[in-house]
Design a protein around this ligand. Structure first.
Ligand code: COA
Length: 162
């Protein structure tokens, strides 16, 4: 398999950024930037286990300055028809370049080739940029779901039929 879930995939994204499969050591690079990118503390959302266990279905984009974007996702072991995007972000200087769309395109194409027919993700109810982004990619948006991730952690849910 030579798609974005092959574990050895690499290619070019918008503006010539390099896009490749993640490796476990990307965990440190991602948590070093994500609080800045989100404008609030979010590093706790990405424990190292995600990069240790799901690098082959996750993607990292880089330019000369370092990490430009990432998508951490996986093929659901419990729901064989589904794939899940856990955490995705694009550096502020690369936003609106189509990089987020390209990371999702690579992920969903590989999911389809793996026999998955549904991609899911969630976001906080206040993340209007994320909601607009997912809606623009064709995801159905539902919610808010109160206490979805625990007391006070309300979420919007996204679903894309492939
Ligand atoms: C959400 C995010 C990943 C989008 O990445 P991006 O590379 O800027 O997105 P793209 O350039 O591929 O945009 C694709 C489409 O999404 C929509 N979109 C993206 N950002 C948007 C914004 N700020 N407001 C409204 N719509 C937006 C647009 O329709 C856009 O298409 P267009 O530029 O042709 O109009 C990025 O803004 C980000 O990292 N935000 C902070 C982290 C975050 O909230 N991540 C959410 C996923 S967990």
């Amino acid at each position: 398999m030579t798609n974005a879930w092959s574990g050895v995939w690499r290619g070019r994204g918008p503006g010539g950024v390099e896009v490749r499969n993640a490796v476990p050591d990307d965990h440190g690079r991602i948590v070093a930037v994500c609080d800045d990118w989100w404008g609030r503390p979010v590093a706790h959302i990405l424990p190292r286990l995600f990069l240790d266990h799901f690098p082959t279905t996750s993607l990292v984009a880089e330019d000369d300055g370092g990490i430009a974007g990432f998508l951490v996702g996986f093929a659901s072991p419990a729901h064989r028809d589904q794939a899940y995007v856990h955490f995705a972000g694009v550096a502020p200087e690369h936003r609106r370049s189509g990089l987020g769309r390209e990371l999702y395109r690579l992920f969903t194409e590989a999911a389809r080739e793996d026999g998955r027919s549904l991609v899911r993700a969630v976001t906080s109810v206040t993340n209007e940029r994320s909601i607009a982004f997912h809606r623009s990619l064709g995801f159905a948006v539902t919610g808010p779901f109160d206490d979805y991730d625990g007391p006070g952690d309300h979420r919007m849910c996204f679903a894309l039929r492939l």
